[in-house]
Write a protein that binds this ligand. Structure first.
Ligand SMILES: Cc1cc2nc3c(=O)[nH]c(=O)nc-3n(C[C@H](O)[C@H](O)[C@H](O)COP(=O)(O)OP(=O)(O)OC[C@H]3O[C@@H](n4cnc5c(N)ncnc54)[C@H](O)[C@@H]3O)c2cc1C
Length: 433
């Protein structure tokens, strides 16, 4: 590593400079580097949501080691500078931004330290795609993977990490065996359910407020080689929800999600996405999996994937959206949990006013149930009900159209208000200060 230039923090102007002026204090030597250039700052003020216009940070710190994070947190603490971790920046409300602070770019700390059949020890900047590609050759996988794999381990462990496997295995944060973190006073702490349990509880879904996760030991389970994906279609909300509850309660499928779609003729359609994993020559028995369900059977779609292909199923669509442009546009997303007893009412009221245009060209609405008891992460706020539904309105908005974006953000506020008045809670909202 070539010698890094010395940086000084000038408290009078609250900025980093490269020349020593009276009152300025030198940033201690680092293995990594501080970048105050325009490209780095532009990266740090952007996120997947593109709904916020927060001031830029003072700089982006790319740690070259875990010790760098301790050094920077200590220095920042002494001089009143906010430090926020950021990895893939797939937040949608500025959660990984640090106005006038330091953004820690976690992506470089992504090494795999150990992998066995039942656990992987990985640095927090690793993406879930990297984790899966490392574990699958051993016939193992994390029990819960997010729908999109290009999110960082530290980023999703800081929020929860929900998906179609949650009805059986809880959140990603429920499947962590141990964490290493640097607390805000710069101390490196290892924590688990048995060692420093308070910190372990605070870090999981803690949104970076209780320390920077640098390393995680993740639980693995045996992985099948294939997945069979069943798409069951409905015209009626009640039948869709009833079948979802049945499938959740009986645990017939390894993966259970669902979508609601506004059609251009003013009606709504619903789809259960359920998948079962298998290793040939054993194959799933369709009659058992679908017994008693009331879907439109003539619209049933069944597709086989490799296990990896199924977990990575969003990749081709994302590639297309990247190429065509909408992936880089604004995403005013709203993620909620609804209690079962008011879910139908909130969904029906919301759907009665929501049109395809409100959702945006590549917008999606997710609806699926989870037994509350499976989620054991204290920091995730859940409705008081034995069954909770994830209700996610994943809107897109045209680029450079502040009016359209604002209309969708306001519409989200109204849905959030309706949901919380009915006992719902917010998942993935802006960080409250
Ligand atoms: C396309 C897409 C698909 C998604 N799919 C799912 C899904 O299936 N299930 C689900 O639950 N969520 C999903 N999400 C939401 C996603 O899990 C969160 O936004 C997650 O925080 C993103 O991870 P990231 O690496 O981009 O984190 P960033 O956006 O970089 O950071 C997110 C938050 O975590 C903090 N943070 C990041 N790294 C660390 C660290 N090492 N230590 C402490 N704090 C840290 C940041 O400060 C910030 O508060 C999806 C988001 C997108 C855009």
């Amino acid at each position: 590593m070539p010698d890094q230039p010395t940086w000084y923090f000038d408290p009078a102007d609250h900025c980093f400079i490269q020349s020593e002026v009276p009152g300025a204090v030198a940033l201690p030597a680092l293995d990594g580097s501080l970048d105050t250039g325009d490209t780095a700052l532009a990266w740090a003020v952007d996120d997947f949501g593109r709904t916020t216009a927060l001031p830029p940070p003072l700089g982006v710190l790319r740690p070259g080691s875990v010790d760098d994070i301790s050094t920077v947190l200590r220095f920042a603490g002494e001089h009143g500078i906010a430090v926020v971790a950021r990895a893939e920046g797939h937040s949608t409300s500025g959660q990984a931004q640090a106005p006038a602070g330091i953004v820690l770019d976690m992506r470089g700390l992504n090494a795999v330290h150990l992998v066995t059949a039942d656990r992987i020890v990985v640095e927090a900047g690793a993406r879930w795609s990297q984790v899966l590609e490392t574990t699958l050759p051993l016939g193992a996988a994390p029990p819960v993977l997010t729908d999109y794999l290009e999110l960082s381990v530290g980023g999703t462990l800081s929020v929860g990490g929900i998906s179609g496997a949650t009805h059986q295995h809880g959140l990603q944060t429920d499947n962590v065996l141990e964490l290493d973190a640097i607390t805000h006073d710069g101390v490196h702490v290892t924590c688990s359910p048995d060692t420093n349990p308070d910190l372990f509880e605070a870090l999981r879904a803690g949104r970076g407020r209780h320390g920077i996760i640098v390393r995680a030991t993740l639980r693995l389970v045996p992985a099948h080689t294939h997945a069979r994906w069943y798409r069951l279609r409905y015209h009626d909300l009640d039948t869709f929800l009833a079948d979802q509850r049945t499938l959740m309660a009986e645990g017939r499928f390894h993966h259970l999600e669902g979508q609601a779609t506004p059609e251009h003729d003013g009606t709504w359609t619903y789809r259960i996405d359920a998948a079962t994993y298998f290793t040939p020559p054993v194959t799933p028995v369709r009659e058992q999996l679908l017994a008693g369900l009331a879907d439109q059977r003539d619209a049933l779609e069944i597709n086989d994937f490799t296990y990896h292909g199924f977990q990575n199923r969003l990749a081709p669509g994302v590639e297309l959206l990247r190429t065509l442009g909408p992936w880089q546009g604004p995403h005013p997303w709203l993620n909620l949990f609804l209690p079962d007893h008011t879910a139908r009412q909130v969904l029906a009221e919301t759907f009665s006013t929501l049109t395809p245009a409100d959702l945006g060209d590549d917008g999606v609405i997710l609806v699926y149930p989870v037994p509350r008891s499976r989620i054991r992460t204290p920091q995730v706020r859940l409705p008081e009900a034995p069954i909770v539904f994830l209700f996610a309105i994943l809107r897109s908005a045209p680029p450079d159209d502040a009016t359209a974006l604002n209309a969708r953000v306001q519409a989200n506020h109204r849905v959030q208000h309706r949901a919380t008045a009915a006992g719902g809670t917010v998942y993935l909202g802006a960080i409250e200060t």
